[in-house]
Design a protein around this ligand. Structure first.
Ligand SMILES: C[S@@+](CC[C@H](N)C(=O)[O-])C[C@H]1O[C@@H](n2cnc3c(N)ncnc32)[C@H](O)[C@@H]1O
Length: 298
């Protein structure tokens, strides 16, 4: 657990409402998308095309959310980040080699990936409505030639063909000797949304080169059974799930044991070389894990 002291009671109580602010922002986008579909004559779309409409609504929500949360850039000045956002820069700045940036969204973290130690970045992003902003961000950060946007999810069955389609040859050696593809795999607020998380994490582990690193910042199930967790926040997570959190927030789940799944993925090799994971905000319905897992070298 992080040694960070929990905030005062009032702040903790208000913190229970944080997810409701996100839902209040996401739900109107879903309603608008449904109304637009109906006006276009697709009267049954909200029932028969739910996945498509949810995807479209999530893209609009995430673009609006990203803009709202992006601090205005001041040349030469690092923005002061608050909450979980402050966990991300120290981790991502250590990325190197061939990088897999899973679910990059609008590219909010891309400015942290400008290191010359990074040779190429592959960003599997299944929500196509975000690709325009993602591409613009890559151009703005001077990463256009390094950053490959992939229209797929993180599961190997989608990811490998999409990587092959880039014609960069990034998969070639792995296909011959299973030596792994990536030096760094970045998971920032994405494992909460991937379907079949445990399986996907095992597949990602197999794509990590020996000595490769997973950089992770994810919100997880509240550790309510531990001293740093909160029963109330765990109950709040359940309530938000019941109110449609996953439906409106792009399949995001609040109740995942992501750390457990990450740790377990390396069991095939007798564990990770090292795991340094911190827990933060255990008092909140959006508690976080953040840290680095290093795969054993051969
Ligand atoms: C909460 S957003 C986070 C975006 C970005 N990582 C950030 O920190 O700003 C989650 C992202 O994961 C993407 N996503 C959802 N399911 C995914 C999957 N199976 N594989 C890869 N990305 C996925 C979503 O489309 C969305 O862009």
């Amino acid at each position: 657990m992080s040694s960070e002291a929990p905030p005062p009671l009032r702040e903790r109580m208000l913190g229970l409402l944080d997810p409701s602010g996100l839902m209040a922002m996401a739900i109107p986008h879903y309603i608008h998308v449904c109304i637009e579909a109906i006006k276009r004559g697709e009267v049954l779309a909200p029932i028969t095309q739910t996945t498509r409409l949810r995807d479209e609504a999530f893209a609009r929500f995430w673009i609006a959310f990203s803009k709202k949360n992006a601090p205005p850039p001041v040349p030469g000045v690092e923005p002061e980040l608050k909450g979980s956002s402050a966990l991300i820069p120290p981790l991502l700045k250590t990325a190197s080699g061939i990088v897999l940036d899973i679910g990059p969204g609008t590219g909010s973290q891309m400015h942290l990936l400008r290191s010359p130690a990074i040779t190429a970045i592959y960003g599997p992003e299944p929500c196509v409505g975000l690709h325009g902003d993602l591409h613009s961000k890559a151009v703005a950060e001077g990463l256009e030639s390094k950053y490959h946007i992939l229209k797929c999810g993180a599961a190997s069955a989608e990811l490998i063909p999409a990587l092959e389609a880039t014609s960069t040859g990034v998969v070639d050696a792995h296909k011959v000797n299973g030596s792994g593809i990536f030096d760094t795999i970045i998971c920032v607020r994405v494992l909460c949304s991937v379907p079949q998380m445990e399986k996907t994490i095992r597949e990602l582990y197999a794509l990590l080169k020996p000595g490769g690193r997973v950089l992770v910042t994810e919100h997880v199930v509240n550790p309510w059974r531990t001293a740093k967790g909160s029963v109330l926040a765990r109950v709040a997570q359940g309530v938000y799930q019941l109110l449609g959190w996953s439906f409106f927030i792009g399949d995001c789940c609040m109740d995942r044991d992501t750390e457990g799944a990450l740790r377990k993925a390396a069991d095939v090799d007798g564990g990770w070389e090292s795991v340094e994971i911190e827990r933060s905000f255990g008092w909140s319905p959006l508690p976080y894990i953040s840290g680095v897992l290093v795969k054993k070298s051969n």
